[in-house]
Design a protein around this ligand. Structure first.
Ligand code: FES
Ligand code: FES
Length: 991
C-alpha cells in the first residue's frame, strides 16, 4: 500500500546509499591495494569507499558525506588523490590503490610521525585522508610551500584542528625522514590502543615539538613557528616526572595516523542487521501507518519494521530530566523535519538500495513556525501543550538598579544582533551498533556522554540501567551534539526485538536534519558608562530558538544571563535569556551554550561605547575587566585566579602593531580596507549550579603497570592524555607506566559527560586526587613519609627516602578482583551554590578567560573578507599539555571564523556539506597563541577549562574588525559578503 505522495518523496531526507545492493549483478574486479593484488566480487557500480571498508575491511578510509564534499574518503589511485565515495569499483579495476593502511611499513612514515609530533590529529576522523593526500604532495614536492599544502588539502575538511598544525606537519615532514630512530615503531594492528585490556600500549614514542605559543609575554610575529627537539633518541619517552606542562604526543595518537582507530561505523559485526530510519519530510505533520507487516513481506531482505508502538519503555528522552520531551520514535505527529517515525531493519545489501517511496505512511502537513518571534506571538499554536507562549524556560540575573544606572550614564549604546543556526558538522556522522550479551543490551557507538546514553536508552527500552552497557568508540568530533542520544535507543530497539546485532550509520543529511544545532539568537542590549569610562550598567534580552524539543535549551537560557556581561565588572545589570520552541531543528549544546551569541552582542557594543568615550578599544576593556577581588554579575566574589587582565595586557603590543599596519595599508588603498578587532571571553567550567561529579580509579597491577580507568570520553580534545599527565604527576610515576582503560559503563567509573569545558578541570581534579590517594596508600604501606619517591622496576615498586630504599615485590601482594595490588578511587564535584530568584549565587567554581585580536581585509566592492591573522591570549590556569591547548585554541578559532563569516544552517536548504559551508584549510589564517597561566586554586595543578572559551571571542573580534575596516556593523550573523555589502550600501545611502 503506497500512501506517500510524489512531492513528499522528493522532500524526504536523503536516506543514503543510492548504490546497487541486494540482487544487483556482481562482477569480479581486480586491482592492487597497498601493494597486494586483490579481487572482489561486487556490483560494478559499488562505491570504492564501500568496497575498501566493507569488503576489504580497510576502515582507515572514512566516509563523512558520500557526496564528494568532505574529502574524508580520499585515497590514492595510481598515485593521485581521489574521493573514493565518488569512484565506482569498476573504475578502480587495474589500478593501484593506496589507503592510510598502506602508508606505514612496520614503522610510521615520516609524515605520520610529523602529524603526531605536531598534534595535527585531534579526533582523527579526517587524518587518514589528509595523510594520503599529503603523501601524494610530498612525493612530488618534498618541501612544499604553505600555499601548495593548502592547495593539495583544500578538498578535505577538518572540524577540529583549525588546520594550522596540519599545514605545519606537512611542511615539516622532511625533518622526520626515517632513520634508525627517526620514526616510532608501527605496532601490529589491534595492539596499540590506550584502551587495551591486555597489551601494553606504547603510546608515548615521540616527544612533540615545543609549543608554537608564547607564554604570556606577548611575543611578536613569527613566534608561532615550531621549535624542534633533537630527532635522536632523546625524543623518546618515558617522561620521568613533570608530565604536567610537557607535550608528549597524545597517548591515543598512533591509531589515529595508522587508520587503526575504530570510530562508530568501523567495526560492525558481520551478521548485524542494517537499520534505516524513516523520517518526517515536514516541519510539522500528522501521520498514520498502513500495513507495515505486509510492506515488509514484499521487500526481500527486510527483517522488520518498528514504530513507537514497539517501544517497551517510556518513549521520551531528554538530557535534562524535568524537561525531557523527545520521543525516540514520533507517535502520530512529527514536530520537526527529519524526526524519526519508524525503523526498517534488514540485511545490509537489502537496506543499501531499499526504495522507501512505497513505505506505507500517510502524512498530513500541519502549520509550522520556524522563528522565535513567530512562535512567541500571541495566538501562535503551541508546540508543546504544557508550555505556554512556546516558552521552554528562561534564565534571569539581576544586580543593582540597571535602569537608574543607565539613566545616569554619561554615555549609553544600544543594539540588536541576530544569529543563525550553526551545524556542528563533525566529519563523523552518528554511527554504532547494538547487540544482546545475555540479558544485557550493549551499545557500541560514538558519543560524548556514555552514562547519559545508558540512562536514556534504558528508560526508552524499559530496561534496568545495569542491563544497558555503553561502550564508546572513538568519536569523530562532537562539539556538543553527541551529548544527546541519537541512534542509541533506535539500534537498541532493533537488537531487543530481533535478538540480532543492529547497526546504523546516519547519512550526512540525516545527521544534519535530525541532530542538534547552535541556537539562533535574537538579542538586544543597552550598556552605559560614566564619563571616566567605567561601565556602570547593562540590560540584555535574548530569545534563543530552541527548536522542537528541549535538549540543552534550559542550559543555554541559564548560562547566557550569567555570562552576557562578558568578563567585565558590571555593577548594575539585568539579563534574561529565553528558550523558545519552534518547529525548527532542535537546538542543543554547541561549544559555549549560547555564550558565543551573547558575547557578539556585548563585545560589539563595547566597541561602540569605547568610540563614544573616545577611548582606545583595548584600553576600555582593560579598564573594565574583572580582577582578583571583583564581584561578578551573580555576586560571586572572585578571590583569585582571574586572568582576563593578563590576557588583554599580553595583546597590547600586537594591538598597536596591527592598528599601525592597518593604518598604513588603508592610507594606500581605496577599495580594500583593513580592520582590527578585539573581544574577550569568560566561561564558567562545568555545570551551572548543579552537581557535576567525576570519578577516577587508578591502581597498580601485579605486573607493574599503572592502570587508569579514564571514563572521560576523548572526542579529540586530548583528555586521555591530559588526565593521565595529571594523574602521573600526582602519583609520582612516569607516563609510560600507565595504561588506560577507556570509558565503558560496565567497567569505568562515571567521569561525567565531555562538555562545558569540564574534563581537564573536574575529571582532572578527580585524577589528581586519585593519584595522590594511591601514592599515599603506597607510602603508608611502606611506612615512609610523603617526601619519598616512587619507581616501578619491573615487578617491584622501589621507594626511596633519603638514603633508605625499600623494594616491594608486587607478586607477593594480594590481588583484588580487578587485578590491582594497590588502588585508589576518588570523586570530585566542584563547589557551586544555587542561583536565587535574581540569579545571585556561585554558579561555577572555576572560570577561564581569554581575548583575541582579529586582523582582516575587506573588499568594499564585493563585501568579501580576507582574514590576515588571529592573535589569541587564553588564561588556562596551567597548560597541562601546551600542544593540546594550542590545538584547542586553533580549532575553536576556526569554528568561530565559520560562525562569524559563513555558517548558516537553513532547514530544507543547507542539509549537506556542499550547501552548508565550514572553513576549509584556506580560510584559517595564521594564529598566534599566547598562553597565560594564572593558576586557579581549585583546578588540578591550577588548570582551568578551555574547550568552549576559545571559540567565544573570535566572532565578535571579527565583526569588530569589519566595522573598523568599513565603518559598518553587520547585525545578522554570519557576516556574509551580501550582508557586508548591503550594510556598506546602506551607510553610503545615508551620507
Ligand atoms: S565521504 Fe567522500 S567526500 Fe565525503
Ligand atoms: S581532527 Fe580533523 S575532523 Fe577531527
Amino acid at each position: 500500500m503506497s500512501q506517500i505522495q510524489p512531492e513528499v518523496r522528493e522532500a524526504l531526507p536523503d536516506l543514503g546509499n543510492a548504490q546497487p545492493g541486494f540482487g544487483a549483478a556482481r562482477a569480479d574486479i581486480a586491482f592492487e591495494v597497498n601493494g597486494t593484488a586483490i579481487s572482489v566480487n561486487v556490483p560494478p557500480l559499488r562505491r570504492l569507499s564501500s568496497v575498501l571498508r566493507d569488503e576489504l575491511l580497510l576502515t582507515g578510509t572514512k566516509v563523512g558525506c558520500d557526496a564528494g564534499d568532505c574529502g574524508a574518503c580520499t585515497v590514492l589511485v595510481d598515485g593521485d588523490p581521489v574521493c573514493a565515495c565518488l569512484m565506482s569499483a569498476a573504475s578502480a579495476a587495474g589500478s593501484v590503490v593506496t589507503t592510510v593502511e598502506g602508508l606505514a611499513d612496520g614503522r610510521l612514515s615520516a609524515l605520520q610521525a610529523s602529524f603526531l609530533a605536531h598534534g595535527a590529529a585531534q579526533c582523527g576522523i579526517c587524518t587518514p585522508a589528509l595523510l594520503v593526500a599529503a603523501t601524494a604532495l610530498l612525493d612530488k614536492r618534498p618541501n612544499p610551500t604553505e600555499t601548495e599544502v593548502q592547495d593539495a588539502l583544500g578538498g578535505i575538511l577538518c572540524r577540529c584542528t583549525g588546520y594550522r598544525k596540519i599545514i605545519a606537519a606537512v611542511m615539516d615532514a622532511g625533518r622526520f625522514e626515517p632513520s634508525a630512530d627517526g620514526a616510532a615503531p608501527h605496532p601490529p594492528a589491534g595492539t596499540f590502543s590506550p584502551y587495551s585490556d591486555g597489551e601494553k600500549g606504547e603510546a608515548s614514542a615521540l616527544a612533540a615539538p615545543s609549543p608554537s605559543s608564547s607564554r604570556g609575554e606577548g611575543k611578536g610575529e613569527g613566534q608561532h613557528q615550531p621549535q624542534w627537539f633533537d630527532l635522536g633518541l632523546d625524543r623518546r619517552m618515558p617522561i620521568s616526572g613533570n608530565a604536567v606542562g610537557s607535550s608528549p604526543i597524545r597517548l591515543d595518537g598512533v591509531p589515529k595516523v595508522t587508520g587503526d582507530e575504530k570510530f562508530g561505523g568501523d567495526s560492525f559485526p558481520a551478521d548485524a542487521l542494517a537499520v534505516l530510519v524513516v523520517r518526517s519530510p515536514y516541519y510539522h505533520a500528522g501521520f498514520t501507518f498502513g500495513d507495515l507487516d505486509g510492506w515488509a513481506k514484499t521487500h526481500p531482505g527486510v527483517a522488520g519494521v518498528f514504530t513507537a508502538a514497539d517501544i517497551p519503555g517510556k518513549n521520551c528522552f531528554g538530557v535534562i530530566g524535568p524537561f525531557a520531551d523527545q520521543p525516540a520514535l514520533a507517535e502520530g505527529f512529527a514536530r520537526l523535519r527529519g524526526e524519526a517515525v519508524a525503523l526498517v531493519a534488514g540485511q545490509r545489501e537489502a537496506i543499501l538500495d531499499l526504495d522507501l517511496s512505497d513505505f506505507p505512511i500517510r502524512w498530513t502537513e500541519l502549520p509550522h513556525v520556524l522563528q522565535s518571534c513567530e512562535a512567541k506571538a500571541s495566538g501562535a499554536n503551541l508546540i508543546h501543550d504544557n508550555r505556554p507562549a512556546n516558552l521552554l524556560t528562561s534564565g534571569f540575573v539581576e544586580r543593582g538598579d540597571p535602569e537608574a544606572a543607565l539613566a545616569g550614564a554619561a554615555f549609553t549604546v544600544s543594539g540588536a544582533i541576530d544569529t543563525s543556526y550553526v551545524e556542528h558538522a563533525y566529519i563523523e556522522p552518528e554511527a554504532g551498533y547494538a547487540y544482546l550479551d545475555g540479558d544485557t543490551l550493549v551499545v557500541v557507538a560514538c558519543t560524548q556522554a556514555p552514562y547519559m546514553d545508558r540512562d536514556e536508552t534504558a528508560k526508552v527500552l524499559g530496561l534496568a540501567v545495569d542491563k544497558v552497557r555503553i561502550v564508546p568508540t572513538a568519536t569523530g568530533g562532537g562539539f556538543g551534539s553527541k551529548l544527546d542520544v541519537s541512534l542509541q535507543p533506535l539500534i537498541g530497539l532493533v537488537a531487543l526485538k530481533t535478538g540480532r546485532p543492529a547497526a546504523l550509520v546516519y547519512t550526512r543529511t540525516e545527521s544534519m536534519v535530525s541532530t542538534t544545532k547552535r541556537h539562533p539568537a535574537e538579542m538586544k542590549a543597552t550598556i552605559g558608562a560614566d564619563a571616566d569610562g567605567h561601565v556602570i550598567g547593562m540590560i540584555f534580552n535574548g530569545d534563543f530558538n530552541t527548536g522542537a524539543y528541549a535538549s540543552w535549551g534550559p542550559t543555554v537560557a541559564n548560562r547566557v544571563p550569567v555570562h552576557a556581561s562578558g568578563p567585565y565588572a558590571t555593577p548594575n545589570y539585568r539579563a534574561e535569556g529565553r528558550a523558545i520552541h519552534t518547529h525548527g531543528p532542535i537546538s542543543g549544546a554547541f561549544r559555549g551554550f549560547g555564550v558565543p551569541q551573547a558575547t557578539i552582542m556585548q563585545e560589539t557594543l563595547y566597541d561602540e561605547l569605547a568610540g563614544k568615550l573616545g577611548m582606545d578599544r583595548l584600553e576600555f576593556r582593560l579598564k573594565n575587566c574583572l580582577r582578583n577581588g571583583s564581584e561578578t554579575v551573580t555576586g560571586q566574589l572572585l578571590d583569585s585566579g582571574v586572568g582576563i587582565a593578563d590576557c588583554l595586557e599580553s595583546l597590547r603590543p600586537h594591538w598597536a602593531r596591527a592598528k599601525a599596519d592597518a593604518d598604513t595599508f588603508n592610507s594606500a588603498n581605496r577599495n580594500r580596507k583593513r580592520g582590527v578587532g578585539v573581544a574577550s571571553c569568560w566561561y564558567g567550567c562545568g555545570n551551572t549550579s548543579l552537581p557535576n561529579p567525576s570519578t577516577i580509579r587508578v591502581g597498580i597491577a601485579a605486573d607493574g603497570t599503572v592502570i587508569l580507568h579514564q571514563g572521560a570520553v576523548d572526542i579529540g580534545q586530548g583528555s586521555n592524555t591530559v588526565i593521565t599527565q595529571i594523574c602521573a604527576d600526582a602519583l609520582g610515576l612516569p607516563l609510560d607506566k600507565f595504561r588506560l582503560r577507556g570509558a565503558d559503563t560496565a567497567i569505568s567509573p562515571d567521569a561525567g559527560k565531555t562538555s562545558a569545558s569540564r574534563q581537564t578541570f573536574v575529571t582532572g581534579k578527580a585524577a589528581e586526587k586519585a593519584g595522590r590517594a594511591l601514592r599515599e596508600t603506597i607510602l603508608r604501606f611502606a611506612n615512609v613519609s610523603d617526601k619519598a619517591s616512587l619507581q616501578l622496576d619491573r615487578l617491584a615498586i622501589v621507594i626511596r627516602e633519603g638514603e633508605a630504599t625499600r623494594r616491594i615485590d608486587l607478586a607477593s601482594l594480594d590481588v583484588d578482583a580487578e587485578g590491582f595490588v594497590f588502588r585508589a578511587e576518588e570523586t570530585y564535584d566542584p563547589p557551586t551554590l544555587p542561583l536565587d530568584a535574581k540569579g545571585q549565587g556561585k554558579p561555577y567554581a572555576v572560570y577561564g578567560y581569554g581575548a583575541q585580536i582579529a586582523e582582516l581585509e575587506v573588499d568594499l566592492k564585493l563585501g568579501t573578507v580576507k582574514l590576515l591573522k588571529i592573535t589569541a591570549a587564553h588564561d588556562v590556569g596551567k597548560a597541562i599539555n601546551p600542544l593540546l591547548v594550542e590545538g584547542q585554541i586553533e580549532g575553536g578559532i576556526a569554528q568561530g571564523i565559520g560562525m562569524a563569516l559563513m555558517e548558516e544552517y537553513i532547514p530544507g536548504r543547507t542539509e549537506n556539506l556542499h550547501d552548508y559551508l565550514i572553513p576549509t584549510i584556506g580560510d584559517v589564517p595564521p594564529i598566534e597563541t599566547i598562553l597565560i597561566e594564572v593558576p586557579d586554586p581549585e583546578g588540578p595543578f591550577g588548570a582551568k577549562g578551555l574547550g568552549e572559551h576559545v571559540l567565544i571571542p573570535t566572532a565578535p573580534a571579527i565583526l569588530n574588525a569589519i566595522r573598523h575596516a568599513t565603518g559598518v556593523l553587520v547585525t545578522k550573523v554570519p557576516a556574509t559578503p551580501t550582508r557586508i555589502r548591503a550594510a556598506i550600501r546602506e551607510k553610503e545611502a545615508r551620507r
